[in-house]
Structures are given as C-alpha cells and as structure tokens.
Ligand binder design. Sequence first.
Ligand code: OAD
Length: 245
Amino acid sequence: MIIPKDLIQILRSAKFVTALTGAGVSKESGIPTFREAQTGLWARYDPMELATPLAFKKNPKLVWKWYQWRRELISNAEPNPGHYALTELELRVPKFTLITQNIDGFHKQAGSKNIIELHGNINRNKCFDEGIMVDSWKDNDAIPPHCPNCGGLIRPDVVWFGENLPSVVINDAIHAAQTAEVFFSIGTSTLVHPAASLPIYAMNGGAIVVEINPDETPISQKVHYAIREPSGKVLPHLIQQVWNV
Ligand code: OAD
C-alpha cells in the first residue's frame, strides 16, 4: 500500500490536523460497524428502532439490555493499531483534534487526548428525566436502574436518533474541521448528519481531505486522497512513512 509522496510531505509540515472517525475504525477490534447486521438474539432488531427516546420510553428494559449487550462486546474487545496510530499522530502534530462518532471509548483507551465524542460514550450513564450524569445506583437488580436523585430511569449517555447533539460539541467539531490543514475521514459512511457535513466544512476551509475506507462513500469523489484500505492497516503505515516511527 502506497501513501502518496505529496501527502507525506504535507503531513510532515502540517500544524492543524483533524480526524473524523466512524465505526469502521473499530471494525478491526471486532466490533461490528453500525450498519452491519446485528448478531445473535439482537439480529431481528434494527438499531435505528432501538436507539431512540421513543423506543426507550416504550420498552426501557429492551433498550437497556441492548446497550448491556453492546457494552459486553466492547469490554471483551480492545483498541486496534488504527486507534494507537491516531494517538501517535496526536503526538507528532502541533494541533490535532479527534472527532469520533463512535461511542465505544476506544480512542480514549488508546491514549488519544483531544477527543470530541459527537455521539456520546456507552460507558457513561445519565438520568433519562434530568439529564444529569449518574455513575452509581443502589437498585442493581432493576432493569434499567433508577436515578438515585429523582428515581427516574437511567439511560446510556449516547445520542439517539431524533436527538440533537449538544451545540457546544458540534460547534467545536465544525471549528476543528474549518481550521484544519489536513482533515481525515476514517471508517465512516458519511451518511449521518451533522457528522457527515464535517468533511465539507473542512474542504470549504481549504483543508486537504483524506478518506480512509475500503468502500466508496458519498464524499469519495470529492476528497483529495481516497485510500481504499482498512484503517488498522493504513494508519500505522502512514505514521511510519511520515515520521519514521
Ligand atoms: P457505518 O456502519 O455507517 O459505516 C462504517 C464505515 O466503515 C463504512 O463505510 C465501511 O465501509 C467502513 N469500514 C468497514 N471496515 C473498515 C475498516 N477496517 N477500516 C476503515 N473503514 C471501514 O458507521 P458510521 O459511519 O460510524 O449514529 O455511522 C455513523 C453514525 O450512524 C453512527 O455513529 C450512528 C449511526 O446512526 C448514532 O448512533 C447517533
């Protein structure tokens, strides 16, 4: 796999680099991507019908159990070389911002620091009614557990379909895209907004846009570089080619 020579040169001198990641980055950790079929007893459910406030109100137990299943998947997996390569990239670039749509927490686990978690984090929980973060509760046998503050139901701290992203989060992400000299779009189908508009903000801000994805996406024809390989393979190789590490 060849990293274009001019991209290597650009990265060596770049000061502001931003990366947007999606489920594809965690694929090589064994976590199915968002749009891959669900497995086992969850095969018959469509994530789009589970990850909504309405679904939780209708059947909180089912939605909570689904997230417990996903938490189990994630706790039995770990970051892959693609995650660690992004940690290395952050050490080599004066200003690096990692924007992720993933809720698995693997970027943090791999050592990345400047992370914007667009869609939240499955390892955090909050009260459905008050929105306050809840990290412990008494009634461990209740499914879902109850908020120690108001008795309401506890939910994962993730963005559900039909919910808005916190404005500070999306504004920070847009700023990081608009000010980037190089913008990576890695392992995302760029289908879900507002995340999917970030590569366009970057392009309009004059960034060199690099897509790393084995498959085509709606931005593939617009980006400056499209590397059609898995991120767990490309990213370590790219770091090695640019900074000889
Ligand atoms: P998707 O499942 O939509 O897309 C994953 C992308 O990763 C696809 O384009 C795959 O081709 C690509 N891919 C697969 N294996 C890869 C690999 N080894 N290396 C690189 N790329 C690979 O997941 P997302 O784009 O992350 O939102 O989905 C975005 C959002 O849609 C999710 O965060 C979720 C969903 O609605 C919420 O839950 C709010």
